[in-house]
Design a protein around this ligand. Structure first.
Ligand code: GRF
Length: 218
């Protein structure tokens, strides 16, 4: 059994996609031991409660430093015997305190094709830059912001009339597919870290694939 701890700050739609993947049997031998949040208003709390998943709130303001805050998060992770820490719309930068305690066991999802557009409001940044594609990335977390080794990515086109909202929606739909996929590969022990590279075992069939936007036959 792999016990997940899912850390959220907001809507929790990625949390929902993980819950659904467990309930449908896509993610086997996996359950969510705890949802941890820094925000009592997060809608994800209701999603967790509906599925009888324990929720823990840690108040960032009760700590003097990020490290002390993370120390208290680590205590909870240990109390729930978490194996893998899944950041899902968690609006806090994690420190070495958590990363040392859970070395190579913290993953995150980011709504852009890293290493392009790390940080916040990245859908708008991709539009403003004039990119023809964006997407989402699941990666291991290291001490940088959105810099860790990449596990999985999905690509979506950017259309001329896209707004931050329409692009975010298109990307989120793919997030809900690749986060469960990445967790599945992790729990099946099919990920091997080789420096910055995350290799998938056994190796995938190599099909040549290119995605072009605008389409060639347009
Ligand atoms: C997602 O776009 C995720 O990539 C980013 O924050 C958003 C969270 O959405 N890190 P939700 O709370 O899972 O609905």
């Amino acid at each position: 059994m792999t016990k997940l701890a899912v850390l959220i700050s907001g809507s929790g739609s990625n949390l929902q996609s993980i819950i659904n993947s467990i309930e449908s049997g896509y993610l086997k031998d996996t359950y969510i031991a705890v949802v941890i949040t820094n925000n009592t208003e997060a809608y994800g709390i209701e999603r967790a409660r509906k599925h009888m998943i324990p929720v823990e709130y840690v108040n960032f303001k009760s700590f003097n430093t990020r490290e002390e805050y993370d120390g208290s998060v680590v205590e909870l992770l240990r109390a729930y015997h978490a194996d893998l820490v899944v950041l899902a719309g968690y609006m806090k930068v994690v420190t070495g305190v958590l990363l040392d305690a859970y070395k190579n066991r913290v993953i995150n999802i980011h709504p852009a094709l890293l290493p392009c557009f790390p940080g916040l409001h990245v859908q708008q940044q991709a539009i403003d830059h004039g990119a023809k594609f964006s997407g989402c990335t699941v990666h291991f977390v290291d001490e940088g912001v959105d810099t860790g080794p990449i596990i999985a990515q999905a690509v979506v086109p950017i259309f001329d009339d896209d707004t931050e909202e329409t692009l975010s929606k298109r990307i989120l739909k793919e997030e809900h597919k690749i986060y469960p996929l990445a967790i599945k590969l992790y729990t099946e022990k099919r990920l091997r870290l080789d420096g910055r590279r995350v290799l998938i075992e056994p190796p995938l069939n190599k099909e040549e694939a290119a995605i072009i936007n605008p389409p060639l036959n347009f």
